[in-house]
Design a protein around this ligand. Sequence first.
Ligand code: NAD
Ligand code: UD1
Length: 353
Amino acid sequence: MNSCVLVTGGAGYIGSHATLALLQAGHDVVVIDNLCNSSQESLARVSKIAGRTPKFLEGDIRESDFLRHVFSTHRIEAVVHFAGLKAVNDSLRQPLLYYHNNVNGTLQLCEAMSEAAVFRLVFSSSATVYGEGAQVPIREASPTGVPTNPYGRSKLMVEELLRDLAQSDARWRIAILRYFNPVGAHPSGLIGEDPNGIPNNLLPYISQVAIGKLKQLQIFGDDYPTPDGTGVRDYIHVQDLVNGHLKALAVIDRKPGLNVWNLGTGRGYSVLQMIRAFEEASGRSVSWQIAPRRGGDIAECWADPAKASAELGWEAQLGLSEMMADAWRWQSKNPRGYSSVSHGQHLANDADS
Ligand code: NAD
Ligand code: UD1
């Protein structure tokens, strides 16, 4: 058995890009995913780009027997943990589902890791854990706040769980990566973000207006104290984001304990700037109108990425034009996302290994 990296949620948006990057960096990869928000087609396409296939096991991180099976049948050296639910509005309607999936799921995963003596973990956190009044650019040392929704609270709870775990046992090497706003897609246009139903996030919404699937973008507020009045965020290309994971995996090898790194570019763009950049990259016009502010939104949020630069040797390389061109390539080549292909068509589900 070769040693390998376990990717939870590896069929999803960021997980599929990370699986590809890990394969391309020479790792063997085992993906586990319950496909509740993804399609196995993403992994078929990852295999096509990489020329190598990750092993896929369909299952749920909340199932301890399933996890035990995964760890006992593979020599896993590290876990990159993406599996989780991420829709803020759904989390307000179904808080128990979110806590069960995100918090209990991570707890089950950590127990299974501990039992199997696997102590390297990279966790997907979010800038949402910072307090509302955090000063931009936001540093890792900024206090965490009180997230406004169960999704955000589940991320903060997991961070605290992991902090306790690292303090309890010096063998743990944990990277908490606080993502700012991941966007874009692999430059091949073969894998990308395939949101279920109407997108909540800005760029998938803009893309679907541009392709004609949605009529008009509502801009949530134009009276923020920002240069043009619309919200400002730190958008980061998903390719840069997953490279940060590879760097973090390498660094925690020699850096025990718990480490927190922001993954952002250090630059903020407003909603109106995003629309203009998208129109330029796609050659399509995007219809929009001003709507009231969205509850829970803040005026501006961008990272200070200096800690990741100093400690991981990582900096975002791709700018807004690449983010937009790649998002548009994915959207225009796959107007219905992965849904035109029946699931499991290309990749054998290796459930009996
Ligand atoms: P995604 O929904 O595309 O991917 C998550 C994957 O996890 C999906 O394939 C889903 O089927 C799987 N999954 C969910 N619950 C599971 C469970 N119990 N067992 C097994 N598999 C399960 O989301 P994404 O955008 O790729 O996000 C990945 C991670 O990054 C999530 O934890 C998310 O909270 C975090 N994150 C995302 C963003 C963002 O803007 N996309 C920002 C900050 C943090
Ligand atoms: C949102 C979530 C955050 C989550 C992150 C990634 C909220 C309040 N926050 O962050 O918890 O970690 O997504 O999944 O939901 N916008 C519009 N019209 C739209 C959509 C967005 O004007 O249809 C604006 C927003 O007001 C914001 C910016 O675009 O100013 C970015 O929004 P979005 O992509 O949803 O990300 P965040 O709000 O930063």
